[in-house]
Design a protein around this ligand. Sequence first.
Ligand SMILES: [Fe+2]
Ligand SMILES: [Fe+2]
Length: 169
Amino acid sequence: MAENVEQMIRVDHAGEYGAARIYAGQLAVLGKGEHGDTLRHMQAQEQVHLDTFSRLITTRRVRPTALLPFWHLAGFALGAATAALGPRAAMACTVAVEETIDEHYAAQEAALGDDEVLLRDTIAKFRAEELEHRDIGLANGAEQAPGYRVLTAVIKAGCKVAIRISEKV
Ligand SMILES: [Fe+2]
Ligand SMILES: [Fe+2]
């Protein structure tokens, strides 16, 4: 397997792991509120994404990132902290994360050839769901969150750093 494919599986597994933890953090704060079911819908899709990449890590013998324990805490903290600011901030977090993942997955789709058609199709399907999550965030007032621009810029920058690190480490 090409080294870049191995890196893709490693970073995507890390990202989906982090995403599942972000929604867990949001649900810990907002799970009983009016957005609970919406958050659970997105969390359930993230769990499928994570399960899929966990399987790929095993079947294709890819070393998972060494930073999983860190993403475990950081993902939950990001979700809980934004949710504590309010539902609109939680939705702004979703928009920022999912826009970053959309770009990330789009670049992977473009880079993968026909020899990796299954992986490419998986990424394409997940990317469509990440865009659905972004749209849910926008439909639920993300842009009305206080400090939306700064909040999303900081989260996007953090996601990009996390992606770069998780490819290698
Ligand atoms: Fe996902
Ligand atoms: Fe997502």
